[in-house]
Design a protein around this ligand. Sequence first.
Ligand SMILES: Cc1ncc(COP(=O)(O)O)c(C=O)c1O
Length: 415
Amino acid sequence: MTQQQPSAAPQHATSPRVSRRFAHFGQSVFARYTALAAQHNAINLSQGFPDFDGPEVAKLAAKAAIDAGHNQYAPMAGVKPVRDAIAGMWHDAGKFAIDPDTWITVTCGCSEAIGCTMAGLLNPEDEVIIFQPYFDFYEAGVAWAGCGAKFVTLHAPRSAGEPFTFDAAELERAITPRTRAILLNTPHNPTGKVFTRSELEAIARLCIAHDLVCISDEVYEHLLLPGPDGAPPPPHISIATLPGMQHRTITLSSLGKSFSLTGWKVGWAIAPPHLGAAVRAAHQFMTFSGSTPMQHGAVAVLRDAAALAQPLVSLFARNRDVLSAALARAGFVPLRSDSTYFLMADHSALSARQGLADDEALCQWLTREVGVAAIPPSVFYADKHLGRSLVRFAFCKKQSTIDAACERLAKLAAR
Ligand SMILES: Cc1ncc(COP(=O)(O)O)c(C=O)c1O
């Protein structure tokens, strides 16, 4: 049989047919810079994924789950052992008791939990408040929901050793009669900020006063890094544990970030049943359920979460300090990062010397000329100008990868 050759498509048929809701996003910045890094043989400190595997115990458990025949659809809310393990981890962290059957929905990574929460909870006439800079999926979540968004700025510190902060009065002014939810992310990507108890209390007060839901993305909950001087890390506090918040918070998390298993895509939402209903309403028609063997594999990690995260915390704290020092020598001003595996730095002085206009120009130049890829943070801001003088580096890499990046930055310092 002769095979039919595909005919050339007419010009009009080849332009991308993307809905108005998603067309303006273009290609994700992570895909763009990962491709640019590969093209220029640059060390990729742009996208936040480790260049090493997660715990051995996790890999063995996932393989065993496949061999044990856990290969068909998981229940919509997730397999029972993983929901029990998530409830156990929540309990071990000193939080309130939750019923794994009615409070937990397992999703395909935290990404799906974000999309389902926003699409399931918010109507087109509603607004959600988002702190900027933000993980860029939140803007896509707004597109899924078709709702409106208001942005409140986390102000960059005046001195490098201070954290990003927000003004509670500014947050209150962003609330309108249409506001239904505040989206919080602590520990925070891209700044490495851990929201303090008093900051969370201010957010909780506004949620209660205005009858708002808090969507709290806590995907970096286990990655709390000691200070460069060895000072203990700030505590991570789940806003759901604050008085009056248990029944108005949807807490989102996943296995990927805290345990170097980003490819597993096992995430979850923890919410009282009346809010969990919103997540499940969307989840049942988005994916219905996540991967069954990976959920079984996740149990081994979640049962021993604190101990398994510890070596990663030590590695990431070391990497942050070594990279910060190298960046400072190369002419950047690295900012404080208490958690996650991201570091923001101010590049204005260096860019002025090199004649580079903004964060995009800096990141292009850094990737092509220095051989180190990073992310231009203006993509994380609705008000783009706020991110133009900053650059984000991911330090979730082997020690040798970070050291190699520092060697390249050292050549820049010597120029
Ligand atoms: C704040 C935040 N939330 C959620 C995610 C996505 O999590 P997952 O990989 O589990 O989908 C990321 C990934 O970068 C993130 O930074």
